[in-house]
Design a protein around this ligand. Structure first.
Ligand SMILES: [Zn+2]
Length: 235
């Protein structure tokens, strides 16, 4: 799998293209509702259109991209109902995952988590724009350390969809995750205290849901100000 991710020559592979598009969404360079012009993406990244199309279809299968008849591909704009479903699924799966991590994490995994926390604190302190991506990576690391590829794949998709939900419904801009809560979760994992880790993560999810406003559908409001511009280069 790792070799597939490498760029062959100058032309990015499908996995690299996928990572680039997901990265652009996580960093909010691509916003919900934005048009993804297949021809322009192919030109900018120097890949055949068929490869762009496969990446877009993969993102459609994860509900991150939506295809509209005769209009092409757009970054999905989740409804309030979808947001609730994604939150519920993500929370339940992550609570199981953190329990598994308490059982299965190696000493090396715990060292990786601690190094990640240092990066996260630094990004937060320095007010880096990448702080959201870095705090989201914490959850992806947990998913990997549960050593269950089914959970890992499900969570990757739910975490990407959560970024879109956050873009549309967040109350204030800024870091979604709370670094001190991540620190406590890691300490409970290191102590192999599954009950405490689950309880801390549940508390963390209470804060995550409180950071967004799902009391009304804000999609149409946002549309007025963020009409997708099909001429913009989506890169
Ligand atoms: Zn978090």
């Amino acid at each position: 799998m790792a070799s597939e991710k490498q760029v062959r020559g100058k032309h990015p592979t499908e996995d690299v293209m996928y990572d680039r598009l997901v990265g652009a969404i996580v960093d909010k360079h691509l916003r919900p509702g934005e048009h993804l012009n297949e021809a322009k993406l192919a030109e900018v990244h120097g890949v055949p259109r068929s490869r762009v199309r496969r990446v877009l279809e993969r993102l459609r299968d994860e509900s991150v991209v939506t295809f509209e008849l005769n209009r092409g591909a757009f970054v999905s704009r989740p409804t309030v109902e979808e947001a609730r479903h994604v939150y519920e699924a993500r929370r339940e799966i992550e609570l199981v995952v953190v329990r598994l991590v308490c059982e299965r994490a190696t000493a090396k995994d715990i060292a990786v988590l601690r190094r990640h926390l240092e990066r996260e604190e630094k990004a937060y302190r320095d007010r880096k724009p990448s702080v959201n991506r870095i705090s989201g990576d914490f959850h992806s690391l947990l998913a990997r350390m549960a050593r269950n590829p089914v959970f890992e794949k499900l969570l990757a998709s739910l975490i990407h969809r959560w970024v879109l939900i956050q873009s549309v419904y967040e109350r204030t801009t800024g870091a979604l995750c709370f670094t001190d809560e991540h620190v406590r979760i890691v300490e409970h994992i290191a102590a192999r205290n599954a009950e405490a880790a689950v309880s801390e993560l549940a508390h963390h999810f209470d804060h995550i849901i409180a950071s967004i406003d799902l009391t009304r559908d804000r999609r149409s409001e946002v549309d007025i100000y963020e009409a997708p511009d099909p001429t913009r280069l989506a890169s």
